[in-house]
Design a protein around this ligand. Structure first.
Ligand code: CTP
Ligand code: MG
Length: 235
């Protein structure tokens, strides 16, 4: 089996604050995207990584990743206006022999390689679509436009889902083929696949696979990395 990972990394990182695109912001002196690519390579289950980079940073990203001492192939192309469009562009670049595809946010920089391997193993075991998920700590409320609560879903049945999300290639490809890439309708790839009636299987996620989204997440990421370095688990 040949497995590829698509890495949407073309976002601006507006919630993190203006400046360098988020994928190039550093934790422990290393860009988030480099952390994410190293983790994918360290999982030992990925043959090819396709990165959708910010349009104006394609050459810079190519240079950055070209320096890495990793065994898998890495391709870099320009991402799109939305995450969905960035994934769609990366999907087009896949060679025909790839049969399992992961989609993994560059912003989930510190995702443990073990979680990546678990997602691939679950797809290889026969699940057409697999997402890591965690129980939610907060009670979630559904509100209307006036900010009045209209429902409180049972927390026990909810999961906060992460990436990498793993798919049988044909399932992901037909989900993307059925939608307009410039009109994003889903915030994750599993959401697109669900629209096709495919069952998405949830496996246990990992706390360290959190998405660096807001400034406080950078503080958490620095702390997680410091803990890993102190324990000799360097990246
Ligand atoms: N992404 C992408 N192309 C886009 C938008 C997002 O490849 N046009 C990627 C981001 O780089 C990130 C992942 O999708 O790795 C998850 O998106 P998010 O956390 O929302 O990142 P940003 O869109 O960069 O952040 P923000 O929404 O705060 O601007
Ligand atoms: Mg975004």
């Amino acid at each position: 089996m040949t497995t590829a990972a698509l890495v949407p990394a073309a976002g601006k990182g507006e919630r993190l604050g203006a400046g360098t695109p988020k994928a190039l912001r550093e934790v422990g002196g290393i860009p988030l995207l480099v952390h994410a690519v190293r983790a994918l390579a360290a999982s030992r289950v990925i043959d090819l990584i396709v990165v959708a980079a910010p349009v104006d940073f394609v050459d810079e990203v190519r240079g950055l990743l070209g320096e890495l001492d990793v065994t898998c192939d890495i391709e870099v192309l320009a991402g799109g206006e939305s995450r969905q469009e960035s994934v769609a562009r990366a999907l087009i670049a896949l060679p025909s022999e790839v049969d399992i595809v992961l989609v993994h946010d560059a912003a989930r920089a510190l995702t443990p390689p073990e979680l990546i391997a678990s997602v691939v193993a679950s797809v290889a075991a026969g699940h057409a679509a697999v997402v890591p998920g965690l129980a939610v700590a907060d009670t979630l409320k559904q509100v209307n436009t006036a900010s009045d609560v209209v429902a409180t879903p049972d927390r026990a049945s909810l999961r906060a889902v992460q990436t990498p999300q793993g798919f049988a290639r044909a399932v992901l490809q037909s989900a993307h083929a059925g939608v307009d890439p410039s009109d994003p309708i889903a915030t994750d790839d599993a959401g697109l696949v669900e629209r096709d009636g495919v069952t998405v299987h949830v496996i246990p996620g990992h706390e360290e696979a959190f998405k660096v989204t807001r400034p406080i997440d950078l503080i958490l990421a620095e702390a997680v990395l410091a803990k890993r370095r102190a324990s000799g688990n360097v990246s």
